[in-house]
Design a protein around this ligand. Structure first.
Ligand code: SAH
Length: 213
């Protein structure tokens, strides 16, 4: 019972935030967020708020995640890269929205939790990789869409070359504390047509030091 109410309230929050993409709303209705939060935080899962997941990270506000995923305008046939898996909630939503999902997380313990959460929900067709997402995921490229869930001053240069012509990149960019979610369309291997979607505050995208892995 609790689960149904959790998902219903998150669908309401996403609608309030302006999400109209019915596929995204159906994904929010299908994924039990309380399975993607730390033990003891389940009762917070129905609230449209970020939740601390450990290792200094948070799982983002669900309505913001829904808005960012709506901005990708997925139809179900796409290969998608997510940068910053965290506990896997957004990954689970993506699994409902795209054909193939790759997700990269730099903290191995978070990636392991995310894999467990996804498996426990019976979600397949998702590959969670431990690594530095600032390099993209060249072995699995090209992608039709990329979503970053950690903020950077700019989208890492490596990504544009890993996206198909006409593909989309949605990312929080800008200086600390003043980031904006921007949607780019990739044309001629470059990020073009930036569209600013909303002002946000994200945990930072952290690149590995050269040579550390
Ligand atoms: N999308 C998830 C998690 C958001 S937290 C959700 O909302 O549920 C952002 C995540 O990005 C953190 O887990 C952090 O470890 C990860 N991250 C930060 N920099 C990264 C990088 N360079 N490569 C991969 N993951 C990164």
């Amino acid at each position: 019972m609790r689960r149904r109410r959790t998902q219903d309230s998150l669908v309401t929050a996403a609608r309030r935030a302006g999400v109209t993409d019915e596929r995204v709303l159906a994904a929010v209705a299908a994924v039990p967020r309380e399975r993607f939060v730390p033990p003891g935080a389940e009762s917070e899962a129905a609230l449209d708020r970020p939740i601390v997941i450990g290792s200094g990270q948070t799982t983002s506000q669900p309505s913001l995640i829904a808005s960012m995923l709506a901005a990708l305008e997925l139809t179900g046939t796409e290969r998608v890269l997510e940068i910053g898996t965290g506990f896997g909630y957004q990954t689970a939503l993506l699994a409902h929205l795209a054909a193939e999902v790759y997700s990269i997380e730099r903290i191995a313990s978070l990636a392991e939790r995310a894999r467990e959460h996804l498996a426990a929900c019976g979600i397949e067709g998702v590959e969670v990789v431990v690594g530095d997402g600032t390099r993209g995921l060249p072995d699995a490229a090209p992608f039709d869409a990329v979503v970053m869930s950690a903020a950077a001053r700019e989208v890492p240069a490596a990504l544009a070359g890993q996206v198909t012509e006409g593909g989309r990149v949605v990312a929080p960019v800008g200086p600390d504390g003043a980031q904006t979610v921007v949607r780019y369309t990739v044309r001629d291997g470059r990020l073009q047509d930036p569209e600013r979607l909303s002002a946000v505050r994200f945990v930072p995208l952290i690149a590995d030091e050269p040579g550390s892995g």
